[in-house]
Design a protein around this ligand. Structure first.
Ligand SMILES: *[C@@H]1O[C@H](CO)[C@@H](O)[C@H](O)[C@H]1NC(C)=O
Ligand SMILES: *[C@@H]1O[C@H](CO)[C@@H](O)[C@H](O)[C@H]1NC(C)=O
Length: 336
């Protein structure tokens, strides 16, 4: 072989390696979207120009955020929830209400009174004390239980994609404190999700509808989330991928009626300091046609209403779309 053909071969080899490396990085760069919910969680991935919500082993799109210990096993998701009545004090749920909180917090004290599993005070933090699958008493932080649920979601995505996943966009409620957000990120890390961006839940409906160029000018958006008995109204200013929270009003733990709903929406509007005509877009998740009409009337029919087709998976869908933007380096700053 002559010198030039050796050089050519080397150049070819380098080129081949480089393209293999770039393919590998492309491959590795799937960012999944996880709706980490209080009652149940969903995972989605943006692929072939749409979001695929990935069903779990039971074929369901949402997995109960439940963990249980039996005499032989640790169960996560449906198997945990299904055996709850027979194994109440070893079945753990609603840990999202504990994560990142102090033992003395009202939310923790309230939860302790209603759940059958044991919550103990360890260095001022709530821990879950449970008899594990080996018959030993063990304490878990809420973050460790959350990590088990996240691991399940990650594995569901990995089985679907046929490869390892380390990057994710994970949802948190808009009211989560820095401690709650950090504890959620730590749980992700334990689950092997080492590169995580958090998305506040009210931003998900916005992403679910995709981005449009005109939004670069800056828009005020109103998000109404009524899924699962929630009533959260959030007003955001969106500009070139940055988000500013102008107001958020919520009502929890009651059966909701029209007057209460209108009260929450009016409070959010008042707190935002905006006039009705300054709202550019309204996103509704889980709103009945009756509520949609109330909103339309309040804004004199002048603002476009965007409703979610599948409210149950809106958060996972929005998170997966944001994940895709982040993978492509679209310069999003979701927590701003
Ligand atoms: C859990 O419940 C079982 C009965 O269902 C009971 O025998 C056991 O003592 C309970 N364990 C704790 C730690 O309360
Ligand atoms: C983390 O993920 C984002 C996309 O989701 C990517 O742009 C960034 O390079 C990743 N960072 C590391 C350290 O892998």
């Amino acid at each position: 072989m002559g010198r030039s053909s050796v050089i050519l071969a080397i150049v070819f080899l380098i080129g081949f390696c480089l393209s293999a490396i770039s393919m590998a990085t492309q491959e590795d760069k799937t960012t999944i979207g996880i709706d980490l919910g209080t009652s149940s969680s969903c995972v989605g991935v943006y692929t072939n120009d749409h979001v695929e919500i990935i069903p779990n082993e039971q074929g369901n799109r949402c997995t109960p955020s439940w963990v249980a210990f039996t005499d032989s096993d640790r169960l996560i998701g449906e198997p945990a929830k299904n055996q709850a009545s027979l194994n109440a004090n070893r079945t753990i749920f609603h840990v999202k209400k504990l994560i990142g909180r102090k033992f003395e917090d009202q939310e923790v004290q309230t939860l302790m009174k209603v759940v059958p599993y044991k919550i103990v005070n360890k260095d001022g933090n709530p821990y879950i004390q449970v008899e594990n699958q080996y018959g030993e008493t063990e304490v878990f932080s809420p973050g460790e239980i959350t990590a088990m649920i996240l691991t399940k979601m990650k594995e569901t995505a990995e089985a679907f994609l046929g490869r390892r996943v380390t990057e994710a966009v994970v949802s948190v409620p808009s009211y989560f404190s820095n401690e709650q957000r950090q504890a959620t990120k730590d749980a992700c890390f334990i689950a092997g999700l080492t590169n995580v961006s958090l998305i506040r839940e009210p931003m998900a409906p916005y992403f679910e509808h995709g981005l449009h160029e005109e939004e670069d000018d800056g828009r005020n958006i109103l998000v109404i989330d009524l899924v699962d008995g929630k009533c959260d109204v959030t007003i955001l200013f969106v500009e070139s991928g940055t988000f500013e929270y102008l107001a958020t009003a919520r009502l929890g733990g009651m059966e909701l009626n029209n007057d209460l709903f209108m009260g929450v929406m009016k409070k959010a509007m008042k707190d935002s300091g905006l006039k009705k005509h300054q709202i550019n877009e309204i996103f509704l998740v889980g709103a009945s046609t009756e509520v949609q009409q109330l909103v339309r009337d309040y804004f004199n029919g002048k603002v476009e209403l965007k409703t979610s087709v599948n409210p149950d998976v809106t958060v996972a869908t929005g998170a997966a779309i944001l994940g895709d933007y982040l993978t492509k380096g679209a310069g999003m700053r979701p927590m701003c």
